[in-house]
Design a protein around this ligand. Structure first.
Ligand code: HEM
Length: 387
C-alpha cells in the first residue's frame, strides 16, 4: 500500500513537471529533456563549450537546453553591482592616470625580473585587480600585501567552483553574497588580466607581430612621456593586434546568461517569456565567413587592404545589446595602455627552455591561458624621455 502511494506520488510529480515545462510548438530544437534534471547531463562539468559546438552542429544556430530555474535574486544582484560601479566613478577622466600609476608598478616588477624566467600570472592579475580596487575602494594594495594575496587566492579558488552550468545551480542556492563579490571581481579583473595574459603569450610567440607593434609605438609616441587613449587612432596595427588578442582570448565564452522578459521571436523560433538565454560568444568570434583567418592568431583580421583598422560586426567579446559589458571603456583603456607602455619599454621573449607553447585555454567562467613563463629584456631603440 505504502509503495503504491509513493509510486502514485512520483507519477503525479512527473506529470506536473512535464506539464509545467510544456513549451510552445515552435520552440527551438534541442536534445531530449530529462524530468527535473533537464539537459544538465548533456553538458560537461569541465568544459561545456565543446558540447555547445556539438549541439550547434546538430540543431543550428538557435537551440535549447533546459537547466535549473534561475530565480530573480540573480537579477537583483546584477542591478546592485551595476549601481555600485556607476556610483564609484567608473569612466571618469582620472581613470587613465590611475591606470598609468598601476602600470608603473608592473614596470618595476618587470625591471626586477630582467633576464630571469618568471610567471606573469599574478603580476597581471594584481594590476587589473588594483585598478578595480581603486574604483571600488578608492585604494590600491601592494603586490606583496597579505590582504591582496588572500583576496587573489580566494577569488581564484572560487572561480574554479563557479564553473559553467553548475554555477547556475550553485547560484540558485546560498552563495548569494560571495557570488555578488565574485561577479564584481570577474567583471573587472579576471577578464582584463586573462586577456593581457593571452596577448603576451601570443606576442612572445609571434615576434614579428611584437616588433611591428614596437615600430608603430616608437613612431607615434616619439618625444612623449606616456601613451594616452587618443593615441589609439594613430596606431592601426596595435589596435588590430589588441582586438585580435580579445578575439582569440574569448575571455567570457558564454557571456552572461539572460532571461527573456516577454515572448520573443528569434530566427523564426518562438521563445516564451522567462526563457534563459545563453549567448555563445565563442561561435561568433570564430565563425567561418566572418573572419579572414578565423582559426589563427592574425591581426589581419582587423586590417583592410590599406592597412587601416576595421572592426568586423562579429567582434563582440563584450557581448551586445542593452546589457553589454559596462566596463568596456575601462577595459579597452587598460588593454591599450598596458600593451603599449610595456611593449615600448620591454622586449618579451619566450624562454628557451619553455618548450612548445600551448595555446589551449583552461575553461572557467572566464577562459584563462595555461600557466606559462616569460622573459623580458629592456629595449634599446626606445625614445622615451622619462620612463
Ligand atoms: C577584456 C575585458 C572584459 C570583457 C571581455 C568583458 C566582457 C563582458 C561580457 C561578455 C559581459 C556580459 C554582457 C551581457 O550580459 O550581455 C560583461 C558584463 C559586465 N562587465 Fe565586463 N568585460 C570586461 C571587462 C570589464 C571591466 C574592466 C569591468 C569594470 C568593472 C566590467 C564590468 C562589467 C559589468 C558590471 C557587467 C554586467 C553588466 C550588466 O549586467 O548589465 N567588465 N562583461
Amino acid at each position: 500500500m505504502f509503495a503504491s502511494i509513493i509510486l502514485l506520488l512520483i507519477c503525479v510529480v512527473f506529470i506536473v513537471v512535464q506539464l509545467k515545462s510544456r513549451r510552445p510548438k515552435n520552440f527551438p530544437p534541442g536534445p531530449p529533456v530529462w524530468p527535473i534534471l533537464g539537459n544538465i547531463l548533456d553538458l560537461s562539468l569541465e568544459n561545456p563549450l565543446k558540447d555547445f559546438e556539438r549541439l550547434k552542429k546538430t540543431y543550428g544556430n538557435v537551440y535549447r537546453v533546459i537547466l535549473a530555474d534561475y530565480g530573480s535574486s540573480w537579477k537583483e544582484q546584477r542591478r546592485f553591482a551595476l549601481m555600485n560601479l556607476r556610483n564609484f566613478g567608473m569612466g571618469k577622466d582620472s581613470m587613465e592616470e590611475r591606470i598609468h600609476g598601476e602600470i608603473q608598478y608592473t614596470v618595476d616588477t618587470l625591471e626586477k625580473s630582467i633576464g630571469k624566467s618568471f610567471s606573469p600570472q599574478n603580476m597581471f592579475h594584481n594590476a587589473a585587480s588594483n585598478i578595480i580596487c581603486q574604483v571600488l575602494f578608492g585604494k590600491r594594495f601592494e603586490y606583496q600585501d597579505e590582504t591582496m594575496k588572500t583576496l587573489v587566492q580566494c577569488f581564484t579558488e572560487n572561480a574554479k567552483i563557479a564553473n559553467g552550468p553548475w554555477a547556475m545551480v550553485i547560484r540558485s542556492f546560498t552563495f548569494q553574497l560571495t557570488m555578488y563579490i565574485l561577479d564584481l571581481h570577474f567583471a573587472g579583473t579576471d577578464t582584463t588580466s586573462n586577456t593581457l595574459l593571452t596577448g603576451f603569450l601570443y606576442l612572445m610567440n609571434y615576434p614579428q607581430v611584437q616588433e611591428r607593434c614596437q615600430q608603430e609605438i616608437d613612431m607615434v609616441l616619439e618625444g612623449k612621456d606616456q601613451a594616452s587613449s587618443e593615441d589609439r587612432n594613430n596606431m592601426p596595427y596595435v589596435q588590430a593586434v589588441i582586438h585580435e588578442f580579445q578575439r582569440v582570448a574569448n575571455t567570457v565564452p558564454l557571456s552572461v546568461f539572460h532571461c527573456t522578459t516577454k515572448d520573443t521571436e528569434l530566427n523564426g523560433y518562438s521563445i516564451p517569456k522567462g526563457t534563459l538565454i545563453i549567448p555563445n560568444l565563442t561561435s561568433v568570434l570564430n565563425e567561418e565567413g566572418q573572419w579572414k583567418f578565423p582559426n589563427e592568431f592574425n591581426p589581419e583580421n582587423f586590417l583592410n587592404d590599406q592597412g587601416e583598422f576595421v572592426k568586423p560586426e562579429a567582434f563582440m567579446p563584450f557581448s551586445a545589446g542593452p546589457r553589454m559589458c559596462l566596463g568596456e571603456g575601462l577595459a579597452r583603456m587598460e588593454l591599450f595602455l598596458f600593451t603599449v607602455t610595456l611593449l615600448r619599454k620591454f622586449k618579451f621573449i619566450w624562454p628557451e627552455d619553455a618548450g612548445e607553447p600551448d595555446f589551449t585555454p583552461v575553461y572557467g567562467v572566464t577562459l584563462t591561458p595555461k600557466p606559462y613563463r616569460m622573459k623580458v629584456q629592456l629595449r634599446v631603440s626606445q625614445k622615451i624621455p622619462n620612463l
